[in-house]
Design a protein around this ligand. Structure first.
Ligand code: FAD
Length: 237
């Protein structure tokens, strides 16, 4: 029986980029080089105007590629973002899935409070260490049972694509995700929660972990676009 691994870590690595703020202004100005069309034109100016007027297509001129390791429940939500996103996920048919499973970090808000409303979900952090540890132990036991059954089925020669059915959405999977800056902003608008947002969202904690890591790369690689997006209330153009 394989010993399973439990972790709260969700990783995002930036593996490639194409272009940046200047590619956006070049696309907006329709220039072959980066020369502004008038002496007064600037990348900051044109990006600010396009964000404000929701002239969105020039933001598709810059691309990001990430490697993300996250539980299946994150992928189930992430894959709903169809426009301007490409996904390549590790196969569960051609290889045996790694025994790596998600448990929440200690500070994750977990417990539904009295008067919980599903349309405005807010959770309390478990205050008691024993309660938290008990929950992690129960999750680990359930994961270990499921993975044990998976291995028993594989040992009987069952198709990997069928044996995996016994595993829940807490098992990890990796994807290469590729997107452009516009589709990234659309994702961040929906998958982060921020008081300053014009249309605040209430995403699942774990997909927000991914979103916040994407956001840090976005801010670093496209500071002008990022600043304009934040100024505009985090709304995708
Ligand atoms: C807090 C939250 C809760 C959610 N709960 C649920 C749930 O309970 N059940 C559920 O099934 N999903 C749920 N979702 C998923 C949600 O409905 C979307 O599928 C997901 O957020 C992807 O958004 P999107 O369609 O805008 O993204 P994309 O598919 O990337 O689309 C981007 C944009 O392109 C345009 N577009 C894309 N496809 C079309 C089309 N066919 N026709 C016209 N315009 C199009 C729209 O402007 C869209 O906003 C939830 C999402 C959030 C953020």
């Amino acid at each position: 029986m394989t010993e399973i691994v439990i972790t709260s870590e969700i990783t995002v690595e930036l593996i490639d980029t194409m272009g940046g703020d200047k590619s956006v202004s070049r696309a907006a100005w329709v220039r072959k080089d980066f020369t502004p069309p008038t002496p007064k034109s600037t990348t900051e100016g044109v990006i600010g105007t396009m964000m404000e007027k929701r002239h969105g297509t020039p933001f598709e001129a810059a691309c990001f590629q990430f490697h993300v390791h996250a539980p299946i429940k994150v992928w189930r939500e992430h894959h709903r973002h169809r426009i301007g996103w490409s996904y390549n996920e590790e196969s569960g048919r051609y290889k045996t899935l790694e025994p790596v499973f998600y448990v929440p970090p200690r500070d994750r808000p977990i417990i539904r409070p009295e008067g919980f409303k599903s349309m405005n979900p807010k959770f309390n952090t478990i205050l008691d260490d024993g309660e938290y540890e008990g929950m992690v132990r129960e999750m680990k036991e359930a994961y270990a049972d499921a993975y044990n059954t998976y291995e028993l089925l594989l040992a009987k020669g069952v198709d990997r694509g069928l044996a995996r059915d016994v595993l829940g959405v807490g098992i990890y999977s990796s994807c290469i995700t590729t997107c452009n800056a516009r589709s990234l902003m659309a994702f961040l608008e929906l998958r982060t929660t921020e008081e300053t947002a014009k249309r605040p969202s209430k995403p699942l904690y774990e997909i927000e972990v991914v979103a916040r890591k994407y956001e840090a790369f976005f801010a670093e690689r496209m500071p002008v676009t990022y600043a304009a997006w934040v100024r505009g209330g985090r709304m995708a153009p």
